[in-house]
Design a binder for this molecule. Structure first.
Ligand SMILES: *Cc1c(COP(=O)(O)O)cnc(C)c1O
Length: 394
């Protein structure tokens, strides 16, 4: 039995007709970039997330880049983030000329550790009445990443951000719809800080048929700057108020995303059911002492989407050999991520070294993402767990 890590064709089969209709609409309109379909999608996202402003952009990476540019973050500045994330998180900080400052993760959630963040700010940074600095770089923002579809501990992070007067930018690329049980009730990923963004890369929970992304914020001034930034900082036409970029969203992508967004909650629920299925299978196979399953800290907090399982990531002994065993049995798996951002070659100049972030380094060598998607059958799941059991029985 072949079990891929992700099967997009299955998801698109029942949606082919409505998607084609939308594409035909766009072709007939002759309007391909930043038109009515983009506006409609932005409005739908505002309703879905409960934020006031949504700005559709060309990718998650460009969303992040635009936020940093619109906030004027650049040379001499620094942004605090996690070393256990996709490259774009730190790559964009570096691209605007600022310095990524890493803080280790919580080994249970894989997300930025509020405790490590507190220690970093309190012990390693200098603080004046207006600024927080680290080695003469001015810290301009904290950027938590809601990794694998689980929200960070945002109350703790927000309290620290307020203490140090730093805005929070949420990397919600993997977490659209995921909810956090804040003191003031359930809040969606991306809507808690000053600004947040989503990626619609095809393999994300809400995927376009190409690259796309979106920024959400409740700050009207920032929303306006982001709209201008998205189109080369141009306002009015051919008059440039700031240096922006081509971060524009295509009509076809927005139209497809509108069709798919209507199904997102049902897909998230299915993903949770798949996660429950894995838990039951691992228990049945007697592997719970061997393998660590994903931590789901908010599941009993009365939220609709406490975890959206963008990835189903386990910790497994002898991880690399297990992965090879699964490959031989035609079971897809992936390592997110094999190297911490602080150890990436291109960040040598930042001066980090092995040992700086033990929880991250341990995660890079122990974690494995198993197949998960809404349509994954229980038969396929059972097969995956049986093969894992075989591996440890050898
Ligand atoms: C996918 C991803 C991004 C970048 O999004 P793209 O749409 O691929 O540019 C940024 N951060 C994280 C955590 C991601 O997973």
């Amino acid at each position: 039995m072949r079990v891929p890590l992700l099967d997009l064709a299955e998801q698109h089969r029942p949606l082919a007709a409505p998607i084609r209709e939308q594409i035909d609409d766009v072709l007939r309109s002759g309007q391909f970039i930043l038109g009515p379909k983009v506006e409609e999608f932005e409005h739908t996202i505002c309703r879905y997330t409960g934020v006031q402003f949504a700005i559709g952009v060309s990718s998650g990476t460009d969303a992040l880049l635009a936020i940093l540019m619109a906030l004027g973050i650049g040379r001499g500045d620094a942004v605090v983030t996690t070393p256990y994330s996709f490259f774009a998180t730190a790559g964009c900080i570096a691209r605007v000329g600022a310095t990524p400052l890493f803080v280790d993760i919580d080994p249970e959630t894989f997300n930025l550790s509020p405790r490590a963040l507190e220690e970093f700010l309190r012990l390693k940074c200098a603080r004046t009445s207006v600024d927080t600095t680290y080695q003469s770089k001015k810290i301009r923002a904290i950027m938590p990443v809601h990794l694998f579809g689980l929200c960070c501990q945002m109350d703790e992070i927000r309290t620290l951000a307020e203490t140090y007067r730093l805005p929070v930018i949420e990397d919600g690329a993997q977490a659209i719809g995921a909810e956090y049980p804040s003191q003031s009730g359930g809040q969606q990923a991306g809507t808690i800080g000053l600004a947040g963004f989503f990626s619609f890369y095809p393999s994300k929970n809400l995927g376009a048929a190409g690259d796309a992304g979106l920024i959400v914020t409740n700050d009207e001034t920032l929303a306006h700057r982001l709209r201008v930034c998205r189109n080369h900082g141009m306002e009015p036409h051919y008059f440039h108020q700031m240096i922006g970029g081509n971060f524009r969203l295509d009509e076809i992508q927005a139209a497809i995303l509108s069709v798919k967004l209507a199904h997102l909650d049902e897909w998230s629920a299915r993903r949770r059911a798949v996660a429950d299925g894995y838990r039951a299978e691992f228990r049945r196979a007697g592997l719970l002492g061997k393998i660590e399953l994903p931590y789901d800290p908010f599941h009993d907090r009365g939220l609709r989407n406490a975890h959206i399982y963008h990835q189903y990531v386990i910790r497994a002994p002898n991880r690399n050999a297990l992965r090879e065993h699964l490959r031989q049995n035609e079971i897809g798996s992936a390592i997110y991520y094999p190297v911490g951002l602080h150890e990436q070659k291109c960040f040598d100049y930042l001066g980090y070294k092995r040992g700086d972030f033990p929880a991250t380094e341990r995660a890079t060598s122990e974690t494995l993402a198993l197949p998960i998607y809404p349509e994954l059958s229980s038969t396929a799941q059972r097969f995956v767990v049986e093969k894992i059991a075989d591996f440890y029985a050898r």
